[in-house]
Design a protein around this ligand. Structure first.
Ligand code: MF3
Ligand code: CO
Length: 280
């Protein structure tokens, strides 16, 4: 694992897309459409992630370590014959990501990280079931939290729902991106731009990239069609859009140490609207 692989991968993608644009080549990695049968399996993968989130929600309280939470998720995944999509991904050393307060994403669970009253914690869970992935993240409050903490959580969750609302056939990827951006910016919070949503399939990250803002450099013109499965995942900070990666090479924090939140669902585009796969 070298420095901030996720950031690098995504930056490379951004650059590559920008280059193709410049050359006038509208090349997009073609997203794979899933059959109804495959989407059924992905729904099961997603349901298992949702069960793991239920267990997390019940377990979260002061005194619990992020390693405890990792173990709890692992036992739920095992119970339903799934494995963590994250473990070993580019060398990632744990089953979930657990990111506290100013930590945005990719926090590595540890026995030394113990929750306390007033913390907020983002838990990201991916399950691989019969070869397919479900991916969902949620930010939880530990007991009573500050008004600021509630605000960053509420706005980020609202922006996820605003994005999901646009995930209908005929819309374009950038309609999702725009809805998220409007929701976050109208609340004067900051969208992190270095990390994005993504297509989901047998691999965790597939085409298309699903940005949380409208960009000149990345083509958001892909028309959504039934069978496309994407993860929508706004990442939002209270004080800045800038992040930095800690020495552990994984944990991404807000550069100004302000609070951050991350909400994510895996969604299938269907003729009946967005079908959220990562629910019970
Ligand atoms: N769920 C994250 C995402 O949506 C990926 C976790 S990174 C890992 O991109 F390394 F932990 F797997
Ligand atoms: Co994701």
């Amino acid at each position: 694992m070298n420095d901030g692989i996720m950031t690098k991968l995504r930056r490379q993608l951004l650059r590559r897309n920008a280059r193709h644009r410049k050359n006038g080549i509208q090349r997009r990695a073609a997203p794979v459409l899933k059959s109804p049968r495959e989407i059924q399996i992905m729904r099961e993968a997603g349901r298992i992630v949702a069960r793991a989130h239920v267990a997390i929600k019940e377990a979260i309280r002061p005194g619990v370590s992020t390693l405890d939470l990792d173990r709890i998720v692992l036992s739920v995944l095992r119970k339903y014959s799934a494995i963590s999509s994250f473990y070993g991904y580019h060398g990632y050393p744990a089953n979930i990501c657990a990111s506290i307060n100013e930590e945005l994403v990719h926090g590595i669970p540890s026995a030394k990280r113990v929750l306390k009253e007033g913390d907020i914690i983002s838990i990201d869970i991916g399950s691989t079931y019969r070869g397919f992935v479900g991916d969902s993240g949620w930010t939880y409050a530990v007991g009573e939290v500050s008004a600021e903490a509630r605000r960053v959580m509420e706005v980020t969750e609202a922006s996820l729902w605003a994005g999901i609302d646009k995930a209908v056939p005929g819309n374009r990827v950038r309609d999702i991106s725009r809805a998220i951006q409007q929701c976050v910016e109208s609340s004067n919070l900051y969208i992190v731009k270095e990390y994005t949503g993504h297509g989901v399939e047998r691999a965790m990250h597939e085409a298309p990239q699903v940005l949380n803002y409208v960009s000149e450099d990345v083509d958001g013109g892909l028309v959504l069609q039934p069978g496309l499965v994407i993860a929508i995942e706004p990442m939002v900070q209270l004080g800045t859009e800038k992040t930095k990666t800690l020495k552990d090479k994984w944990t991404v924090i807000s550069k100004d140490h302000s609070l951050s939140a991350h909400f994510e669902h895996t969604i299938a585009i269907t003729n009946h609207g967005p079908k959220i796969l990562t629910v019970l």
